[in-house]
Design a protein around this ligand. Structure first.
Ligand code: SF4
Ligand code: SF4
Length: 283
């Protein structure tokens, strides 16, 4: 593929000017077999050539809040996440319009991937595309770690047939410290120390944590039929809703405030994000 360096520079400059904290370009044809059942770019655009990965970083202080207080989480963490996703969508849409004016096609993918009980994985893995675009590395936690902010980021992707100059992957084995902190901190043992990379992550176990079941039921180890459920543990929700009525507390908050994680231990405790934030605070 011949690469248009001038167009690439214009795209990146525009992304940064519009407010992105970091931008990278991936060869979309490398993502034909993405992990965890995610879609691939050619399913979204038959002649997809490249993917633009856009990164926004959380304000550092977001990770200093009381992550045990649901209203504080809702009012700060969730609100910040929503603001960032709106920003990312705006930037992605403007880039797509720009590429159209340059004579190419582009599709914008939502930062918040659609999901249901059968298929949690949405249209595309923004983390995987971010790794291919050289903006970070998928660490042991299954999160995309950037050198600048660790996992404390939101991501989105624009797929295009424009022949942009590819940046990555270039950070594999360069960001994650393999410290196992995320493994140790994960209450329902969703992250394995073994089989990494790339498939050390048990999404059903993570659901038990991230969807509030662990915190609200005080049961750390998810039930076996929850862990073994296929296609995902979401099919077990009606059964365990009946068993643990306190989960309604979360579901009512969720319907008022939108979906949000009741576990972010792997993000909060990752040393890459902590060290990067500390360096900034010393300046
Ligand atoms: S969000 Fe919580 S449950 Fe999910 S992997 Fe991270 S630490 Fe584990
Ligand atoms: S906590 Fe350690 S092992 Fe886990 S992702 Fe962060 S750097 Fe990697």
């Amino acid at each position: 593929m011949s690469e248009d360096e001038e167009l690439t520079k214009k795209v990146k400059d525009l992304a940064l000017e519009l407010g992105a904290d970091k931008v990278g370009i991936a060869d979309a044809t490398l993502a034909e077999d993405p992990p965890h059942g995610h879609g691939n770019p050619s399913a979204m655009m038959k002649d997809a050539k490249t993917a633009i990965s856009l990164v926004l970083a959380y304000p550092d202080a977001t990770y200093g809040i009381d992550m045990t207080d649901d209203l504080i989480i809702g009012g700060i963490y969730v609100a910040t996440q929503e603001f960032m996703n709106t920003e990312l969508s705006r930037i992605a849409l403007r880039l797509a319009r720009f590429l159209e004016k340059e004579g190419y096609k582009a599709v914008v993918i939502s930062p918040e991937l659609p999901r249901d009980e059968k298929r949690w994985a949405g249209a595309i893995s923004h983390r995987y595309m971010g790794q291919l675009a050289g903006v970070g590395e998928i660490g042991q936690s299954n999160l995309l770690l950037t050198p600048e902010w660790g996992p404390r980021i939101q991501l989105t992707t624009v797929i295009t047939n424009a022949p942009l100059k590819v940046d990555g992957p270039k950070l594999i084995d360069k960001v994650c410290k393999h410290c196992n902190t995320c493994v140790e901190k994960c209450p329902p043992r969703a992250i394995g120390a073994e089989n990494y990379p790339p498939y050390n992550f048990n999404i059903n176990r993570c659901f038990w944590g991230v969807m509030g079941w662990y915190r609200l039921t005080k049961v750390e180890e998810p039930p076996k039929d929850w862990v073994d459920a296929r296609p995902t543990a979401m099919i077990m929700v009606p059964k365990y809703e009946r068993q643990y009525p306190q989960i309604k507390e979360y579901q009512e908050l969720e319907s008022r405030l939108g979906w949000y994680p009741l576990c972010a231990e792997c993000v909060v405790h990752c040393g890459v994000g902590i060290e990067a934030a500390e360096k900034r605070q010393k300046k």
